[in-house]
Design a protein around this ligand. Structure first.
Ligand code: LCV
Length: 275
């Protein structure tokens, strides 16, 4: 019997869907998160396109970048794509993971990045806003930090972001409760720079961006680079760093971590046992 023939030209992989739209008007770049049918979840593909989008706009001469979703979204971003969280017993937010790589990419972007927010923001997308240089949000926006709801220990650099932005006690409340924080609270916390009526969001944000774009680009870049170096978090010794890892490992090795993800996928409340 003749051997089955294998097609010599394997079918070309379908092109990845465009999840991030990019635009450059003069010196103001815009990246639009455009994956509403998955609530703009931060999937690996979307995060890769976001990082590439930042690099392209900077290469093409942007002096400032606005990061936004499409006008009128109810959910700006539902955070990390939970279906892509690594299987239990592996650190879900280690240094090299896509979300952590994206957050550093935004912080290391040579030009200021302004998060223009409307709707609700969840988990890693909150940290994405925290990693931007400024946040302008509509009056109805909310921000929720969700690791405790899922059973995730979060990570040291992420926790430091929030302590720096909103202070220790409010960061603890945001993480311990996983409650959506209203934009008024977020403004009082220092999490957002401005909150405006939805109809003013675009005008206000692009006025702010235009003002930055017209300033001396080398000076703005040098000032951003200095802020980045000066706010890299608390200095900790090696033993403390190892102790933090040990604390985190106990959590992502736990049955609760597996349960948090499983419950989400099964659309039921999680039953945490503390084991
Ligand atoms: C995958 C999703 C998601 C999603 N992933 O619509 O910060 S950490 O450590 O927690 C980090 C690990 C992180 O960022 O974790 C993710 C944190 N995000 C959340 O906890 C938000 C989870 N989503 C929700 O609470 C709801 O979906 C909201 C309130 C965003 C929207 O509620 P709504 O009723 O409008 P559904 O819940 O029906 O979701 C619509 C579809 O999107 C999926 C969800 O599973 C559903 O899929 P199906 O249509 O296939 O059933 N979805 C939502 N969020 N983060 N998939």
């Amino acid at each position: 019997m003749s051997k089955p023939t294998t097609s010599s030209a394997a079918a070309a992989p379908a092109p990845a869907p465009t999840l991030i739209l990019s635009q450059l008007d003069g010196r103001v770049g815009t990246l639009t998160i455009a994956h509403e049918d998955k609530l703009n979840c931060l999937s690996h593909a979307l995060m890769d396109q976001l990082m590439a989008g930042l690099d392209t706009l900077v290469r093409d001469g942007a002096n400032v970048i606005v990061l936004r979703a499409n006008k009128g979204v109810k959910v700006w971003s539902a955070g990390h794509d939970i279906n892509e969280l690594p299987e239990p017993r592996r650190d879900p937010l280690s240094y090299g993971d896509p979300l952590e790589t994206l957050l550093r990419h935004v912080q290391d972007c040579p030009v200021p990045v302004i998060a223009m927010v409307e709707g609700t923001v969840w988990g890693g997308a909150c940290d994405l806003c925290c990693s931007c240089d400024m946040v302008v949000a509509t009056d109805g926006s909310t921000f929720a930090m969700t690791p405790a709801k899922i059973g995730i220990p979060y990570n040291a650099s992420g926790l430091i972001h929030f302590v720096h932005h909103i202070g220790l006690n409010k960061a603890k409340e945001m993480f311990f409760t996983a409650r959506p924080t209203t934009v008024t609270e977020a403004w009082n916390n220092g999490f957002v720079n401005h909150h405006v009526p939805a109809e003013d969001l675009e005008r206000f944000t692009y006025d702010l961006a235009g003002r930055i774009a017209r300033n001396a680009p080398l000076a703005v870049r040098a000032i951003k680079a200095q802020f980045r170096l000066l706010t890299r978090g608390a200095l900790i010794d090696a033993e403390t760093a190892e102790r933090i890892q040990a604390i985190r490992r106990q959590v992502y090795d736990s049955a609760d971590y597996a349960e948090g993800i499983k419950a989400f996928k099964e659309k039921r409340p999680p039953v945490f046992t503390g084991k």
